[in-house]
Design a binder for this molecule. Structure first.
Ligand SMILES: *[C@@H]1O[C@H](CO)[C@@H](O)[C@H](O)[C@H]1NC(C)=O
Ligand SMILES: *[C@@H]1O[C@H](CO)[C@@H](O)[C@H](O)[C@H]1NC(C)=O
Ligand SMILES: *[C@@H]1O[C@H](CO)[C@@H](O)[C@H](O)[C@H]1NC(C)=O
Length: 412
């Protein structure tokens, strides 16, 4: 009798312990790291017929707060308060949620991990440096075939594994009828923040050389921070680079670093930044500080910069860098006219603040870099090899017709 009652009770309430699902989701979405998860294990039960994405996020926020994972809780709350994101996630994850309900809570951890993987991109997408590109494949013209394969580099917090980059890379390859590959510098999002910038470039060089299609020369396309990697490839990799095309690339540096607020790695990054952006440890181990340039602290920048001062030949002249850079056929610098992320946006076309000023902006051809031709900018300019393009809008806000206009002509 007792047993029967118990069975009926279980059948009616169908309560399950599902914190495993939440932990799986938090870990695979990179909101909380493995070690932290192993250190805090609270239980949470729910009637599994009532599990929904919104409920899962709400419960994750509660659990994250109880475990002291405040930035994860904050990120999830931001996501939860964005109706568009939640709606999209619900639509995309409906099947997974339904499956876990149908399985009555079997494999909850795996279900959580699957949901987390998809959530990772949707959370990352809230960041302005992550590309949200959807191509209208029907509009592809494939006018001519490119002689060279394309290597693509993503921006800060983005990943070759995210749908926006997959689509962008595929689109370029189709338009130029050539091999196109997004080249990773680590494990995507986290590495773009948590790897020194020079190391990111070195890894890019190594990974490019592993691709047999790239043996006889390439065109490179870089988005945002990836624009700096793309340009540095022409200087530092000993690979034949034909055209360098950058969209929103901070070539002369930035005066402020974009907010990091989408994953466990942001806690690490933000804590480290407290040491000071020119701290040697910070310069060596984190990405964006490598191209931070304070015109009021130019000497400190020259002394401490892990990447940009060397890459621009501002510190001393590296003849190999200049030779590589000057050997390209075309440098296409695309600036976003309303950019609020790259500060100042003119850095996207090699302009910057005058040294010692936070107000006076110099055109690319008024900087010391250009006048002294440290890297070869003046040489390329005098040979008519620099193209200045504009896309109306904020950082990385483009659609395929703008790519058709500003990028594709330089790939074919
Ligand atoms: C660059 O590559 C060529 C072959 O492609 C090789 O002969 C040369 O030694 C390399 N130079 C450096 C500095 O690695
Ligand atoms: C610098 O570039 C601007 C814009 O292309 C051009 O109008 C100007 O003449 C250039 N200045 C010099 C000194 O070449
Ligand atoms: C792409 O964006 C531009 C500028 O915002 C707009 O004028 C154009 O209509 C858009 N094209 C398509 C195909 O959406």
């Amino acid at each position: 009798m007792k047993f029967l009652l118990l069975v009926i009770f279980v059948a009616l309430s169908q309560k399950i312990e599902y914190s495993g699902m939440i932990y799986g989701m938090l870990e695979s979405s990179q909101l909380v790291d493995k070690v932290s998860i192993s250190r805090c294990h609270l239980e949470m039960s729910r009637d599994f017929t009532r599990i929904s994405l919104e409920g899962l996020i709400d419960d994750s926020i509660i659990l994250a707060k109880q475990c002291g994972w405040n930035s994860a809780a904050k990120t999830l709350l931001k996501f939860r308060n964005n109706p568009k994101s939640v709606e999209k996630a619900s639509a995309e994850l409906y099947g997974f949620i339904l499956a876990s309900i149908n399985n009555k809570g079997q494999a909850l951890k795996n279900d959580g991990a699957t949901i987390g993987k998809i959530m990772e991109y949707m959370i990352a997408e809230l960041s302005p440096t992550v590309v949200k590109f959807k191509a209208d494949m029907a509009s592809i013209k494939s006018l001519k075939q490119s002689k060279y394969p394309i290597a693509v580099f993503h921006g800060l917090g983005d990943c070759c594994c995210f749908p926006g980059m997959i689509e962008f890379t595929r689109y370029l390859g189709k338009e130029a009828s050539t091999y196109s590959k997004c080249v990773e510098i680590g494990d995507g999002s986290a590495a773009s923040w948590l790897m020194g910038f020079q190391k990111q470039v070195n890894t890019a060089c190594t990974n490019l050389k592993k691709v047999s299609e790239f043996e006889n020369g390439i065109n490179v396309v870089g988005l945002s921070q990836g624009g700096l990697i793309a340009r540095a490839v022409s200087e530092m990799c000993n690979i034949t680079v034909h055209n360098v095309i950058t969209l929103g690339g901070p070539h002369m540096g930035v005066m402020s670093i974009p907010n990091c607020e989408s994953g466990f790695f942001c806690d690490i990054f933000n804590d480290a930044l407290d040491l000071g952006v020119y701290d040697s440890f910070v310069q060596e181990n984190f990405g964006p500080p490598g191209y931070y340039k304070d015109p009021l602290e130019y000497n400190e920048y020259l002394k401490q910069s892990n990447f940009l001062a060397a890459a621009n030949n501002e510190k001393s002249i590296n003849a190999d860098y200049a030779t590589g850079f000057k050997s390209i056929n075309q440098l296409v610098l695309i600036e976003f006219t309303e950019d609020t992320i790259v500060d100042p946006k003119s850095s996207e076309q090699f302009g910057y603040f005058k040294i010692g000023s936070k107000k006076d902006l110099l055109l690319y051809n008024q900087t010391e870099d250009y006048i002294n031709d440290w890297l070869g900018l003046k040489t390329l300019d005098e040979q008519g090899k620099i193209v200045f393009e504009y896309i109306v809008g904020n950082h990385l806000q483009f659609n395929n017709s703008e790519i058709q206009r500003t990028v594709i002509p330089y790939l074919i």
